[in-house]
Design a protein around this ligand. Structure first.
Ligand code: NAP
Length: 479
């Protein structure tokens, strides 16, 4: 199938007929081709978003909310079709993919309501003949760049608040997973959004990124992806002083204290590590287990992992799909090899399956548990983004807090304890934007999602998520 881009309310192809394929990571089959759009056409998308901005931003918040409400309903009506597309191009099990659609739709619903709650201030002045009025206004044209691991929800988490705030948008989805983004645009079109308000471009990410960066009319970039690309965008945005929201990589610690509920912790560990085959920014990446309960934890964990079924996400009862590509496979294999060479022990898994040539199946890696992991190993220092669970022992609270914080990442952290006092004190001491206290799945539409340190800037979700799409204007009124 040949897919198209969406610019100024029209489905368009690349002028030069350049395309690139989208693969099914479970089978290696080509699902379709999408345009490798030219720089000039990216500029046309910016023209279109700029032209649509004045009218869209002047609509009442209630009217913008109504468009989003219609979109929300359309997404829910097509949740199975969207879920299937996600599984086909991304690989996650169908039940997870449909879950992602419902989660992603939740942002559209939330911001359809939040649009009405943008508010300003009237402040007392120090002059009797003056009044201070503070209003919020949309930042302008927004470029939204998104990753492949949550190819649907990462888009709605950005564009729903942007549109609610009165911004117009150009979406650049990940090249591995543009198909559910294209389907979302079809639904936006059906919901009746005016032309130019939402545009979609696919192609060479460097070239598209540069076009966004160079164009002064793009007033904001909202990006989810790797820390390396996030830093590049941060640096390069200085030239036109763009607003930036960055949702970047993570390296989450998971701490099980000796008073933690063992069964809940095992279930939480499996949920937080193996969802989407570990390809989740908030996936637990370093498991600190109190030395007194280490053996029991490993036994229960391995028993739980043995119940997981891996395969093509469209098959029945699958818990883990494939890895996205060979690069991900290589990274995991090399982390495991390095860890074992430095003394780590494989408690279960440890093997992968890669196709002998493209089109002959996907890259699969078994859920793997490594014990005796130490700080000199790559897996201790790097984001894994795969189904490998490394175990490190600890003896006391101060030691584990120090180890958990000894990283440049600061997205999510998890801890299991039955002590309220310890739970609150350790949560406060962890240098992370999201803490799962006895909770292995903390993402939710209402809550602020985002990281400390090199895990990013700004928050997405809830009432926090609309603020980054607004400018604050102060009007000084002389009486
Ligand atoms: P990535 O390589 O940084 O790609 C993310 C997006 O950026 C893709 O659309 C990519 O396009 C585009 N891109 C790449 N180079 C670019 C450039 N020079 N200029 C402009 N755009 C560019 O990340 P990924 O591998 O897709 O995603 C995995 C990473 O995302 C992990 O580190 C994960 O932790 C992070 N993540 C974070 C969150 C969060 O909320 N904090 C959520 C999900 C994922 P192409 O695909 O066309 O190259």
């Amino acid at each position: 199938m040949e897919y198209k881009n969406f610019i100024n309310g029209k489905w368009v192809d690349d002028h030069h007929q350049n395309h690139f394929p989208v693969y099914n990571p479970s089978t290696g089959e080509i699902l379709g081709n999408v345009p490798k759009i030219s720089k000039e056409q990216v500029s046309e998308a910016i023209d279109s978003a700029s032209a649509a901005f004045p009218a869209w931003s002047k609509l009442t918040a209630e009217k913008r909310g109504k468009y989003l409400k219609r979109l929300y309903q359309l997404i829910l009506n097509h949740k199975n079709e969207l879920g299937e597309l996600i599984t086909l191009e991304q690989g996650k099990p169908l039940k997870e993919a449909i879950g992602e659609v419902v989660y992603g739709a939740g942002f559209v619903e939330w911001y359809s309501e939040e649009a009405k709650r943008i508010r300003g201030d009237m402040l007392p002045s120090s002059h009797t003949d003056k009044r201070i009025m503070v209003i919020k206004q949309p930042v302008g044209v927004v470029a939204a760049i998104t990753p492949w691991n949550f190819p649907f929800a990462m888009i709605t988490r950005k564009i729903a608040p942007a549109l609610a705030a009165g911004c117009t948008v150009i979406i650049k989805p990940a090249s591995q997973t543009p198909l559910c983004a294209i389907k979302l645009i079809e639904l936006l079109d059906e919901a009746g959004f005016p032309k130019g308000v939402v545009n979609l471009v696919t192609g060479d990410s460097k070239e598209i990124g540069e076009t966004f960066l160079e164009d002064f009319r793009v007033r904001k970039i909202t990006f989810t992806g790797s820390t390396a690309v996030g830093k590049h965008l941060y640096k390069s945005s200085a030239a036109t002083m763009k607003r930036l929201s960055l949702e970047l990589g993570g390296h989450a610690p998971f701490i099980l204290f000796d008073d933690g509920n063992m069964n809940n912790a095992v279930a939480g560990a499996i949920a937080s590590k193996f969802r989407n085959c570990g390809q989740v920014c908030i996936a637990s990446n370093r498991f600190y287990i109190h030395s007194s309960i280490r053996t029991e934890f490993i036994e229960k964990l391995v028993t739980g992992i043995q119940l997981l079924k891996q395969g093509d996400g469209l098959e029945k009862d699958i818990d883990l799909g494939p890895l996205i590509d060979g690069k991900a496979y290589e990274k995991i294999s090399s982390q495991i090899k390095d860890a074992v060479s430095k003394g780590a022990v494989i408690e279960c898994g440890g093997k992968g399956k890669s196709p002998d040539h493209p089109g002959n199946g996907g890259y699969f890696y078994e859920p793997t548990v490594l014990s005796n992991v130490t700080p000199d190993m790559k897996i201790y220092q790097e984001e894994t983004f795969g189904p490998v669970l490394p175990i490190i022992e600890f003896k006391n609270d101060n030691e584990v807090i120090e180890m958990a914080n000894a990283t440049t990442y600061g997205l999510a952290a998890y801890l299991y304890t039955e002590s309220l006092s310890r739970g609150i004190q350790v949560s406060e001491a962890l240098e992370y934007g999201i803490v799962g206290l006895n909770d292995g799945a903390p993402s939710s539409v209402q809550a602020p999602f985002g990281g400390f340190k090199e895990s990013g800037l700004d928050r997405e979700g809830g009432h926090y998520g609309i603020e980054p799409f607004l400018e604050t204007k102060y009007i000084s009124i002389g009486l």
